[in-house]
Design a binder for this molecule. Sequence first.
Ligand SMILES: CC(C)(COP(=O)(O)OP(=O)(O)OC[C@H]1O[C@@H](n2cnc3c(N)ncnc32)[C@H](O)[C@@H]1OP(=O)(O)O)[C@@H](O)C(=O)NCCC(=O)NCCS
Length: 163
Amino acid sequence: MTVEIRQVRSSDYLPVISVIDQWWNGRHMADMLPRLFFEHFTDTSFAAERDGDLAGFLIGFVSQSRPGEAYIHFVGVHPGERGHGLGRQLYEHFFAVVQARGCNLVRAVTAPVNQGSVRFHQRMGFDIEGGDEQAAGVRVVSGHDGEGHDRVRFVKNLAITGP
Ligand SMILES: CC(C)(COP(=O)(O)OP(=O)(O)OC[C@H]1O[C@@H](n2cnc3c(N)ncnc32)[C@H](O)[C@@H]1OP(=O)(O)O)[C@@H](O)C(=O)NCCC(=O)NCCS
């Protein structure tokens, strides 16, 4: 059975929230993903289903304030589905949708502890921007989301073809 990618809907919220902490290796993530994303950002947020089961999801949006810019807030792939291109498929779907809406820049951030996410974004052709210290060879913005909440900032120019 192939994976189907479709827009998220409000009814996806509870199924996503019920797996998200487990998919993030036990980190508490659910508070960062309130229901509003499943109600107000559905044109640019996607669920991936295999045989009706949640295989992955991406939550993103077109910036309200920065013309030509889009932002990916969350991406998650079921642990059993990882390493087979679904994360790339979700990102490429998002890129195509936001490009059709006039966006050429995509930004995202991740916690430096999430090295898998850092490597994934690098493979997806994102550059790291900013950063005031080095952690495992990666530039990190200290206190980006408040004290103790450091982040790696990513940017990708969709007009430049790459990985
Ligand atoms: C990050 C995540 C979404 C990647 O999904 P995935 O389906 O396994 O990724 P893909 O198989 O599409 O990989 C795409 C590319 O990234 C690379 N990649 C993915 N995860 C990687 C990792 N942990 N380490 C190194 N490279 C990785 C792949 O090798 C692949 O490279 P290629 O296409 O050039 O060969 C998935 O691991 C996940 O859900 N992690 C937990 C949630 C999370 O951390 N989300 C990101 C922060 S919001």
